[in-house]
Design a protein. Structure first.
Ligand code: UD1
Ligand code: UDP
Length: 383
């Protein structure tokens, strides 16, 4: 039997790996194991519980205000025992976190093959996003199989000299996850969200937590929000705040007592996806939301200067607005005031996937290891 260990540690990796783990579990010729680093604790467990995933290994590395070096070294040390004991045929990692890079490096040290899910995203700026751009770039040469979500991600890998035969264009597994979560008439687990009057208010859902936005940029974002709710009495901002104290300190200080700003603890994934569906638009610095929100047909203002996800920007659903207060406010006002502009951006588009990414990835793995003669068809977005 082919033995595969999937390794992940943060909320977004869990959301995007869960559909793949379910797909792997459905194959009798694959022995699928899960190792979580728990770089995140509560935010990871929320997702594991929802998908009923019980890890075989839990490195439990998280500490408050952890540094990048701490994460890297704890993952490397923790993975030694796991790989020594299991001797898998393949380690699967996802995306661009420090767990991703450190787990891929560990697999290389143990001469185990690596499959990289969500490979090939690039901004070409090594500090934006930080440290994700380097995490994903450094994972590429360690990987033997590259699951690129889109054709442009594949092109980035080819530019870096990655062999074409090792790249599979699969779509993004996050679109697979949406099939599980978005439901008409969803009753929110967070009662405060059931109490919102979605007819009277235009709800802007927002998140902001990225390392490169800590400090001044995050303050600017919060002051922009204050300005907006003061100008528009029919706007309600809902902001589930990341558990990181470096983020919470700033956000609660500036927005803690603002009218029509709801600061919540992180939402369950299912609440988050259904909240997006009921929002007027979304403001975020997150990577994953840039993929989910366009597929739910809502505009997205991205609180960054560059993105590794250009497809929805090109389609007009996502706009980069940076982290300067005045620029953010101007763009929010345009979207609130100009119906034609709103209609142009509020198109449901799916450049990132069709819900079958996990199936393609599993088929590619089986093909690589001789369990099937057929390579998966490449994901092609519907236009
Ligand atoms: C991490 C990833 C980032 C990803 C993000 C998704 C790295 C370096 N960063 O950033 O790529 O986009 O996750 O959210 O890999 N904390 C808790 N409980 C939790 C989770 C976090 O208390 O469940 C707090 C801890 O104090 C922790 C801090 O948040 O030290 C930061 O967590 P960390 O994983 O280092 O950084 P993120 O900003 O979450
Ligand atoms: N998300 C969630 N609850 C929240 C905020 C976000 O479940 O309160 C989900 C969101 O829908 C997306 C993912 O978390 O699937 C994005 O993760 P995050 O913003 O932490 O990281 P990034 O995408 O920037 O790597």
């Amino acid at each position: 039997m082919l033995k595969i260990i999937s390794v992940f540690g943060t909320r977004p990796e869990a959301i995007k790996m869960a559909p793949l783990i379910k797909e792997l579990d459905g194959n009798t010729d694959i022995n699928s194991k899960v190792c979580v680093t728990a770089q995140h604790r509560d935010m990871l467990d929320q997702v594991l519980n929802y998908f009923d995933i019980k890890p075989d290994y839990d490195l439990n590395i998280m500490s408050s205000r952890q540094t990048l070096s701490q994460i890297t070294s704890r993952v490397l040390l923790g993975m030694d025992d796991v790989l020594e004991r299991e001797k898998p045929d393949l380690v699967l990692v996802h995306g661009d976190t420090t767990t991703t890079f450190a787990a891929a490096l560990s697999a290389y040290y143990h001469k185990v093959m690596v499959g990289h899910v969500e490979a090939g995203l690039r901004t070409h700026d090594k500090f934006f996003p930080y440290p994700e751009e380097m995490n994903r770039r450094l994972t590429a040469p360690l990987a033997d199989m590259h699951f690129a979500p889109t054709a442009s991600a594949k092109a980035n890998l080819l530019d870096e000299g990655i062999a074409e035969g090792s790249i599979y264009v699969t779509g993004n597994t996050v679109i697979d996850a949406l099939k599980w979560t978005v439901k008409e008439g969803h009753l929110f687990e967070n009662q405060a969200l059931n109490d919102v009057d979605y007819k009277s208010y235009r709800v802007i859902t927002m998140t902001a937590h990225r390392r490169e936005n800590w400090g001044k940029p995050l303050e600017n974002i919060c002051y922009a929000v204050l300005d907006i709710v003061q100008r528009y009495k029919d706007v309600l901002v809902i902001y589930p705040v990341h558990l990181n104290p470096a983020v919470r300190d700033v956000v609660f200080k500036i927005l803690g007592s603002a009218e029509r700003v709801m600061l919540l603890d992180p939402l369950s994934m299912v609440d988050m996806h259904n909240l997006i569906k009921r929002s007027y638009f979304v403001m975020t610095d997150s990577g994953g939301l840039q993929e989910e929100v366009p597929s739910l047909g809502k505009p997205v203002l991205v609180l960054r200067d560059v993105t590794e996800r250009p497809e929805a920007v090109e389609a007009g659903t996502v706009r980069l607005v940076g982290t300067e207060k005045e620029v953010i406010v101007k763009n929010v006002m345009k979207l609130l005031d100009d119906q034609a502009e709103y209609a142009r951006m509020a198109n449901a588009i799916n450049p990132y996937g069709d819900g079958y990414a996990s199936k393609r990835i599993v088929q590619a793995i089986k093909y690589k290891f001789g369990l099937t003669a057929e390579k998966p068809e490449e994901f092609m977005p519907q236009v």
